[in-house]
Design a protein around this ligand. Structure first.
Ligand code: PMV
Length: 321
């Protein structure tokens, strides 16, 4: 039987950076994210009786060796749980650039968890799908749910506010078209091992999470934007202080950050966040999203902007890819 699933990327407003248990892929800090409409991954999985290496097709082409190995390890867990032994055929398509800091691993492993569980005949509740997705990529657990989502230290994930309940937007400003050089897993392991700021990062994260949760529940955009920018800058400061330092930004990233701040000073309510890559995501009210997209599009070096509204969680089944 084939399994089909679609999941959306999510962008953390309070970041997870560091693992407290690498084998179980448990985060060292809680996190809070917004699932985005439109930035989606669609995945089809089919298990065959014959043994052999899994076939993994990403946007129609065979995946590179590290991705293939990561997917295969993930599917081994699904096979073990379902008592299957044959190889799998995985076809997956993204509607946005892969591995450039646009959270493709989050939507990717959420969709893979859904499609693989379905193909293996496992009937899993959302919490179980989130726990499975987390084994592929911790942030993927958050993409099982739509809207604003929190993940705690035990990997438990829950929706705080559904997508239709708050009219906010994320404007994505694309600042590069090449894949990122340091994966988030390598970046966070190196940060934890070598950054003198890592203990301070861990110690200050719970207060950021509590402030962001309260802001989301109160629909207080200014309070959420303030803590989101602080969490992002702290994560990157911590990574920059590793040896060697990890720098995910390019020059355009910095210019977009400056533009967000200068437009905010001039009265446009907008705040930035940046993941393990060079792109900038700007949080604003839905009513301001066209204006935010327009001002970020003219920052020299930005080659595209995309407005995303809050999106839904994992959906299973549907039309074949
Ligand atoms: O789940 P991973 O391994 O893709 O790491 C995600 C790391 C960040 O995107 C930078 C932060 C987050 O909480 O999503």
């Amino acid at each position: 039987m084939a399994g089909l699933a679609r999941a959306q990327a999510n962008i953390a407003l309070v970041k997870y950076w560091g693992k407290r248990d690498a084998a179980a892929n448990l985060p060292a800090t809680g996190s809070l994210s917004l699932t985005l409409a439109g930035f989606s991954t669609r995945t089809r999985v089919e298990f065959e009786p014959a043994p052999g290496p899994d076939l993994v097709l990403l946007d129609g082409r065979p995946a590179d060796a590290p991705t293939q190995a990561r997917v295969q390890r993930f599917l081994d867990r699904v096979r073990a749980r379902a008592g299957l032994s044959g190889r799998a055929r995985v076809e997956t398509r993204n509607t946005f650039p892969t591995a450039a800091g646009l959270a493709s691993s989050a939507s990717g492993f959420a969709a893979l968890a859904g499609a693989a569980a379905q193909a293996a005949g496992l009937d899993l509740a959302p919490a179980e799908l989130a726990a499975l997705a987390r084994l592929g990529s911790a942030s993927a657990a958050r993409s099982i749910y739509g809207g604003f989502v929190e993940m705690d230290l035990d990997g438990a994930t829950r929706q705080l506010v559904p997508p239709e309940a708050w009219d906010v937007c994320m404007v994505v400003a694309l600042t590069a078209d090449s894949p990122k050089r340091v994966s988030s897993t390598d970046g966070m392991l190196q940060t934890a091992a070598c950054s003198p700021y890592y203990p301070a990062w861990l110690a200050s994260a719970p207060a950021d999470l509590a402030a962001a949760r309260a802001a989301v529940q109160a629909h207080d955009l200014a309070a959420l934007g303030e803590v989101a920018e602080a969490s992002c800058l702290k994560m990157h400061a911590c990574a920059l202080a590793a040896r060697p330092g990890i720098l995910y930004w390019n020059g355009v990233t910095v210019e977009v950050m400056r533009a967000v701040r200068s437009h905010r000073a001039a009265g446009l309510p907008v705040w930035f966040t940046i993941d393990a890559g060079p792109h900038v995501k700007a949080l604003c009210a839905a009513a301001d999203s066209a204006r935010v997209a327009a001002v970020l599009a003219v920052v020299p070096g930005v080659f595209g902007t995309q407005v995303a509204t809050p999106g839904p969680g994992l959906s299973l089944g549907g039309e074949d890819a």
